[in-house]
Design a protein around this ligand. Sequence first.
Ligand code: SF4
Length: 229
Amino acid sequence: MFTLLPKLPLYWAYRHFGWPTMMPFSIVISVSYRCNSKCKTCDVWRKPNDDMTLEEWDKTFANIGRGPLYFTFTGGEPFMRKDTVDMALSAYRHCRPSVITIPTNGILSRQILEQVDRLCAGAPKANIGINLSLDEVGQRHDEIRMVPGNWDKAMKTWAELKALQKQHKNLVLTNHTVISNFNIDRFFEIYAGLEALEPDSYITEIAEERVELDTMIGTSPPWLKNMAR
Ligand code: SF4
């Protein structure tokens, strides 16, 4: 934030006059549409994939260079790619962001732990934010995600990330809930249930129509029309 404040007049000038040319301070990259959850609020996992390779992203980050402060590597489930952390480290090398965030459904415990460990060690001057997506508590979470055992696997991952945090001071652990028709009536119970996990922060997001998630009403399957927006 302190790095960003002096640049705010320049961003304002770029927005209003088109000069000086400024890079965005936040960049969100979808590393893949593949996902091993099948959430009722998201259709991204049905989309065809044409992922850019690590080499292509490396060239992209080299061209972007210094400027963006905040990178998010999202999906799909980002940790389904074994080289997501290499992409994040490439962005760190070329662009030197202050924050790198990766959301996850927490299913692939071993792969997540290995990649987060490597990222925290390889990007020591950045805050590494891992956002565990939890839309309900226990079996109700599995029903929204449409994956039996999703909650238990996410809890295993969470416990291991908490232990890993003792080794890496730059690791920030967040819980993230998508609020929709499927959980809004229980929001306070969900909040209380997730508070017990003692995250560093808690964020929510309202389920909405988004082109990149393939959740535009009219172009999506009929059941999606029940989704809150
Ligand atoms: S919301 Fe996230 S975890 Fe759920 S299907 Fe979409 S990308 Fe996967």
